[in-house]
Design a protein around this ligand. Sequence first.
Ligand code: CO
Length: 145
Amino acid sequence: MKLGRLNHIGVATPSIAESIRYYRDVMGAVQITEPFDLPEQGVKVCFVDTPTDSGMNGTQIELIEPFDESSPINGFLAKNPAGGQHHVCYEVENIGEARTWFEGLGKRILGPTRIGAHGTPIFFLHPKDMMGQLTEIMETPKEAH
Ligand code: CO
């Protein structure tokens, strides 16, 4: 398997609205999507783009706020009430090959391969097997090429 682009850093927040104000007014972000709900993943999501020179395909900050009481990020926010870095997401060319690769290395994969917030297949790897980082692996969107 070959490592691809750093697609995004997942940042948990107790308030996407407050985080948007921070990225806009303090960090000077100009490309911020409208927040949207992903109830099946238990989160509300919003993307903050860090543009490249061409203005395309910058690495993003993925803001995630709990959707409800059963959200998988509630535990993280209980330990980190102000929010903070939750996961990193790397692109790969082929999600199936990547899954087989990590399985072969004995890495624990958290749940099935599923469609993530960018509309492409993703899976997560256990932080204890990944040098302390909750790691998301995402197939590179086809339109990015
Ligand atoms: Co993510």
